[in-house]
Design a protein around this ligand. Sequence first.
Ligand code: DAK
Length: 260
Amino acid sequence: MADQYQTLIVEREDGYALVRLNRPDALNALNSQLNSELAAFLDAVEHDDAVRCVVLTGSEKAFAAGADIKEMSSKSYAEMFTENFFAGISDRIARFRKPIIAAVSGYALGGGCELAMLCDFILCSESAKFGQPEINLGVAPGIGGSQRLTRYVGKSKAMDMILTGRMMDAQEAERAGLVSRIFPNDKLVEEAKLVAARIASQSTLAVMMNKEMVDAAYETTLTQGVRFERRLFHSLFAFDDQKEGMGAFVEKRKPDFKGR
Ligand code: DAK
């Protein structure tokens, strides 16, 4: 089945999907249409066994240069409040149960940086530039940037970034723990696909539970988090995939996970 979107280009590969934000004339600025199409895509693949991981990327110049300033500049407070601007896409990504990887080249600013941080982890190319420049527009991050950036990089750097509106390059982002790995500009998408393929080859059940465990680290105390991890660990022994994974190790062969 072909995926028909105007602001996204979707490539379905073996076990995963690559989604490119596609508003080249606006440096992939996030407008309502892009937000709804991305939410619709996630709805469509949430229960599709053929898509076990998603890579979200942009162009070489921009992952996304923020929320669409032209679309929102004249909105009133009442409109922002009643439309609950951006809550939909933010909540939709946060409750997506499969891994979603951001592959960032060029600008990831404002809502673009927030979109990358909503993903499970961030891979980037040498050209990546991250920032929360909303202060320059007389506003503030609104899709979780003040909270997630602070958790990723700590208070000092988050304050520095958010109050000055400056950009952080790929090296600084890696040192600060915002991105997990940097790749050469022309290798980013290829490498991100390899990462997705590797995740897609694992037990889907184990992948989803591992994701839930790591996410719990942001939401709970250490004691509760460790208990949650132990319960999920125990429950993995209810699945055929655990028997297959451990059996394959003992028999010195590759596991063949079925997601059961
Ligand atoms: N929105 C709309 N159009 C944008 C855009 C954006 N964020 N960023 C770039 N563009 C457009 C430009 O207007 C230009 O269009 P034309 O003039 O050709 O029609 C085209 O993309 C190319 O951009 P430039 O000509 O500016 O390209 P440069 O290479 O010279 O500069 C740049 C690249 C990324 C440094 C520059 O474009 C820039 O500073 N862009 C804005 C970055 C920014 O301020 N981003 C933060 C946006 S505010 C909310 C929650 C969250 C938010 C809002 C609401 N709620 C919960 C309610 C989020 C807010 C934001 O993200």
